[in-house]
Design a protein around this ligand. Sequence first.
Ligand SMILES: *Cc1c(COP(=O)(O)O)cnc(C)c1O
Length: 375
Amino acid sequence: MTDFIPVNAPLLDGNEKKYLLECIETGWISSEGPFVKKFEQKFAARLGRKHAIAVCNGTAAIDATIEALGIGPGDEVIMPTFTIISCIAQILRNGGKPVLVDSNPLTWNMDVTQIEAKITPRTKAIMIVHTYGLPVDVDPVLDIAKRYGLKVIEDAAEMHGQTYKGKPCGSFGDISIFSFYSNKHITTGEGGMILTDDDELAEACRSLRNLCFQPHKRFVHERLGWNMRMTNMQAAVGLAQLERLDEFVERKRQMGRLYTELLKDVEGVQLPLAKTDYAENVYWVYGVILDESLRIDAEEAMKRLANVGVGTRPFFYPMHQQPVLKKMGLFENETYPVAERMYQRGFYIPSGLNMTLDQIYQVAERFTALIKSPL
Ligand SMILES: *Cc1c(COP(=O)(O)O)cnc(C)c1O
């Protein structure tokens, strides 16, 4: 069989080894080590934010955000149905009510024109989730949030190095978050970051990350937190990765452009938009959506691509269809046809930073062969 091309593998050939060795040689391996602060400072500076709080993963960053904003029983948060479960879990644990909107079929991001109609007196926040490589159309969301006095939560987990109208993604939310999971543009293995300009929210997140220990009475607690601390070793890797962010974004764009060039004439396949009025795609992943005119759906195509050595991942399964949430009685009789179709017909093909251009040609060739003669 041909060599298997994994859907993602990270690139770790910068200062990662050197900084990690420093952790081991100095004995600073816990969250107390100096790389954590350095990574936070560099990250905040890059995004022009006042505070950056490093945590153990992106999901934890969202959990802390929801708690810090005081989203509680009956509070409504408007968010896309097409996203990862991480976005919704803490809202529900806190007794809040997620209110969903469908996706834009071209950008694959939340359809911001559906937000305003979903606002009620209980609406507390809008959560935007930049998806797969293009940002949400942020300006209309900020405008609505301002007019109705709502908080904006920005999930920029997939958007390292991306901008919206020239301003960095991760700079738009009252709180914004990133993930550094190994398939993101920059990685710490597992890791996350919370960003805000608000001193009180920053203090709350720092405290929640560290079990709400109190400075003067360490083991006396006024509030329940978590241990969400990032280790010095993770931050060491993160710092080395951050040094190369611009290079990584350029590389991803080069890969995305090459895929589009190679696949643009394959009939019945929707490719990612190269750009919108407000941003150029950073291709966090390279997604494809198969038209109904093709006789195979995403699941079948992924199976057959695996057989010819091409790793893939399905698109998100919409929140309103999640078994765990249906069992809770949520989203009964709600349908969001764009997101449902994206899951049925969409998936992404390999685009890790460690890929060679030759591998891109091979994936494109195997993909094209499959689509042209699916049986
Ligand atoms: C990856 C991701 C997360 C979760 O991050 P983890 O570090 O894996 O917990 C959250 N939101 C989005 C949009 C993501 O892509």
